[in-house]
Write a protein of this length. Structure first.
Ligand SMILES: [Mn+2]
Length: 312
């Protein structure tokens, strides 16, 4: 049971732990394994739940289940590609590769959180009464985080229902969403560069999105940018000449973009109705990097289709 290489967010972390727990109940020996650093979405309280990854090093002959990742460029280095037996993910782009390789053992869906898919596995196995309070709390919080408190575009009814059931099992407080996202902001602000580095993706040069793409989810994005803008810009500019930071503001349900290179601003203006002012732009809804990737892919496929239409 493992996930991506760059960093582990709460969705990947929760899925590894909770799916390993389910498989062990089903008599399949499984370990939750990752060699990636944890990012700020695994907040102080979450770490205090005393549920963690297993201290285990994969051996020759082990099989791998991937959760919350399907792009084989970004696997945890412990993974042996040919020994992957199952993929559970909600990122776009590699659906047909895995469908061909694994058939129905590839479960890649446009859904708010991979944690919802893991919840569905527990439910389908009729074992939900056995889920530990920690795993229920982890999965519920992963759903909150990845759906942006249910405001993200990919949020589905299944995510909402999974949260309700899991939050009740885990006895989470009513104000847990606000407390959780405020905690994430505090941990980001206590190590801003670390948080940027941990949640940054490098996209292919031919991508129609900025090549250096950092993202963070906080309670109050305007305050974060006001206080830390020069530190952020300085560090991102050192990573390359085409960069963007997406700060998702849960309190206001908006996305704040920070990009100083003109080329990066233009790429984003191509995909979204935004106006840049001195390197920042605000979108009146919260938008995730994977939603932007989806928009970018849609534009590529439209562009690819054009010449064919012209020829026929
Ligand atoms: Mn996820």
């Amino acid at each position: 049971m493992t996930s991506g290489s760059a960093y582990l967010d709460i969705d990947a972390y929760a899925c590894c732990i909770a799916y390993a727990e389910l498989l062990n109940h089903q008599g399949v020996e499984a370990r939750a394994v990752s060699s990636a650093p944890l990012n700020a979405s695994i907040s102080r309280t979450v770490l205090g739940w005393q549920s963690s990854l297993d201290d285990y090093r994969p051996r020759a002959g082990d099989e791998f289940v991937l959760v919350d990742v399907s792009d084989y460029h970004h696997f945890d280095p412990v993974v042996v590609l040919d020994q992957v037996v199952e993929v559970i993910d909600h990122h776009p782009g590699f659906e047909s590769y895995w469908a061909q390789k694994l058939g129905s053992a590839a479960d890649i869906l446009p859904i708010g959180a991979a944690a919802t898919q893991i919840f569905q596995r527990w439910e389908a196995a009729d074992l939900l009464p056995l889920i530990s309070e920690q795993s229920a709390a982890l999965l519920a919080t992963a759903i909150l985080d990845n759906t942006l408190n249910f405001t993200g575009q990919l949020t589905t009814q299944s995510d909402i229902r999974a949260y309700d059931v899991l939050a009740r099992r885990a006895k989470l407080a009513e104000d847990w969403p606000e407390r959780y996202f405020s905690e994430c902001q505090a941990s980001i602000e206590s190590d801003l560069i670390g948080a940027l580095a941990a949640d940054m993706k490098r996209l292919q040069a031919e991508s129609n999105l900025p090549q250096v793409f950092a993202q963070m989810t906080v309670w109050d994005a305007a305050a974060l940018i006001r206080t830390h803008r020069s530190t952020i810009s300085h560090w991102l500019a050192a990573q390359g000449g085409d960069w963007l930071l997406n700060v998702i503001s849960i309190r206001e349900c908006k996305s704040y973009f920070l990009a100083e290179p003109l080329v990066s601003q233009q790429k984003l203006s191509h995909l979204l109705p935004i106006e840049w002012q001195a390197g920042t732009a605000v979108l009146e809804r919260s938008l995730l990097r994977k939603e932007l990737l989806r928009l970018g892919l849609a534009r590529i496929s439209v562009a690819d289709a054009m010449p064919q239409i012209a020829r026929s």
